[in-house]
Write a protein that binds this ligand. Structure first.
Ligand SMILES: NC(=O)c1ccc[n+]([C@@H]2O[C@H](COP(=O)([O-])OP(=O)(O)OC[C@H]3O[C@@H](n4cnc5c(N)ncnc54)[C@H](O)[C@@H]3O)[C@@H](O)[C@H]2O)c1
Length: 458
């Protein structure tokens, strides 16, 4: 079968896998190949047990794999064959050298750029799908043209805005698709090729085009704004707890102003995920690099509040449980950084688990999708930790439950049964404010929500 376009994606992760599956699903006329250096990941993409959990993903992979969607470790071959190459490798925070703990670590990115340069034999459009510091396209262009050959490359920026847990819905019906290009004839042509892919299913008015630097920067700023909203509401939870105000009521009163809007105003134990913290820190680093210290400090505050919120949560547990957790058994209800994903990267549960262990508590961790990752995250930590999928079994004999993830199933658990099986006095710390606190109190629990008065029997 001949295909209209050969599309390659380098990096078969949380972004590369689902985004390419969606393109393949919506565009049977294109051949889409996803490659990765990690053979285990590729084998999993080719199996019935995909490497990531995402509602709806299995169905579209099943419909396309072997038809026009392929997963492979043959990177060089993929580069040679493709006309359009999406690069979706990881860009974590640097952990060493200059900019450690702040700047993006671009080593995987640079390796990919060099590999494309070394293997390409014909014109390619290179699409930045990873989240990158503004001006990365310039570096990419320099690497791609650093060898004497006639191959021409166009670099375009097409950041991904999907949210884990709703990735398939977000990809199928995106708020917007952003494509940034160089403002040259060749840049516009490359941009239009990408627009053509998305117009197979995305309404034209939702495809935004811009200059390449605006596109790169917009992704960092979008994540900074989203996390800023979470930190804003979370900062007020601390004040609510001191004043008997209720954060849900405050959020409703504030969010019904149409200028503010009501989304992303749920108070919680803090944000997690692989992107928010790293992207803000990246923004902070860029601002400092350009001497914009006030701007850097402003955004750094968003991360500081998030750390404060996690610390506050642990201190609240400690003080509520009579200032000692030694030997007490605490069930963490959920470990993923949000519901509907098995991803635990930067999950607040990691920080909280480690702090509770430092206090010599015993932990029982339960989660419907994230237990394997939880085991990896807490590997090597000295302390008593067990992993149990069934929440009833997990909470059996515990002194306290701490809700870490807003899984829907937790809302309808039989808390009377759970209460009966727990050690007394029994505590619940609702780090997501998803439970019926009044009802839990009536059952007998001492209840500690976030940003609301606690309900205690003593
Ligand atoms: N996870 C999200 O929700 C999300 C959303 C939007 C944007 N992003 C951005 O997308 C990018 C990828 O994120 P992710 O969550 O998919 O990361 P990930 O770690 O899940 O996947 C990255 C993949 O790239 C592979 N890789 C690294 N170097 C390679 C190379 N030289 N050749 C081939 N493969 C290579 C890794 O083996 C890995 O499988 C990041 O820049 C991230 O900031 C992520």
């Amino acid at each position: 079968m001949t295909f209209k376009k050969n599309i390659l994606c380098i990096g078969a992760g949380y972004v590369g896998g689902p985004t390419m599956a969606m393109i393949a699903y919506k565009c049977p006329q294109y051949k889409v190949t996803v490659v990765d250096t990690n053979p285990t990941r590729i084998a999993e993409w080719n199996s019935d047990d995909l490497p990531i959990y995402e509602p709806g993903l299995d169905e579209i992979v099943k419909a396309t794999r072997g038809r026009n969607l392929f997963f492979s470790t043959e990177i060089e071959r993929g580069i040679k064959e493709a006309e359009i190459i999406f690069v979706s490798v990881n860009t974590p925070t640097k952990t060493f050298g200059a900019g450690a703990g702040m700047a993006a670590d671009l080593q995987y990115w640079e390796k990919t750029a060099s590999q494309i340069r070394n293997c390409a034999e014909s014109h390619k459009i290179i699409v930045e799908k990873s989240t990158l510091p503004v001006k990365t396209a310039l570096a990419m262009e320099r690497i791609l043209t650093s060898q004497e050959n006639d191959t021409h490359f166009d670099v375009v920026s097409n950041p991904e805005f999907l949210a884990e847990g709703t990735a398939i819905k977000d990809l199928e019906d995106p708020d917007r698709v952003l494509i940034g290009s160089r403002e040259t004839q060749s840049g516009f042509k490359a941009r239009d090729e990408l627009v053509e892919i998305y117009t197979n299913w995305v309404p034209k008015e939702r495809i935004i085009t811009s200059n390449i630097w605006s596109s790169e920067l917009s992704k960092l700023v979008a994540n900074a704004f989203l996390s800023q909203r979470i930190s804003s509401i979370n900062s007020i939870t601390a004040l609510c707890e001191k004043t008997e105000a209720d954060i849900t009521e405050v959020a409703k009163a504030v969010g019904t102003d149409s200028r503010v809007g009501n989304k992303f105003l749920n108070a919680s134990v803090g944000f997690g995920g692989s992107c928010f913290k790293k992207d803000i820190l990246n923004l902070v680093y860029l601002c400092r690099h350009y001497g914009l210290n006030e701007v850097a400090s402003y955004w750094e505050g968003v991360v500081r509040i998030n750390e404060y919120q996690k610390e506050r949560f642990v201190l609240n547990i400690l003080s509520a449980m009579f200032n000692t957790l030694a030997g007490k058994k605490i069930c963490l209800l959920g470990f993923a950084f949000k519901a509907n994903t098995g991803d635990t990267r930067e999950s607040p549960a990691i920080f909280i688990a480690k702090k509770l262990i430092e206090e010599k508590a015993e932990l029982v961790i339960t989660d419907p999708e994230a237990l394997n990752n939880a085991r990896i995250d807490l590997d090597g930590i000295e302390g008593k930790i067990s992993y149990i999928e069934d929440p009833y079994e997990a909470s059996d004999g515990c002194d306290a439950i701490a809700v870490m993830t807003e899984w829907e199933i937790y809302k309808s658990l039989d808390f009377e049964k759970i209460y009966r099986s727990m050690f007394k006095p029994a505590f619940i710390f609702d780090g997501r404010n998803i439970l019926d606190h009044k009802r839990l109190f009536e059952i007998g629990f001492n209840v500690f929500p976030i940003g609301k008065p606690s309900l205690t029997h003593f």
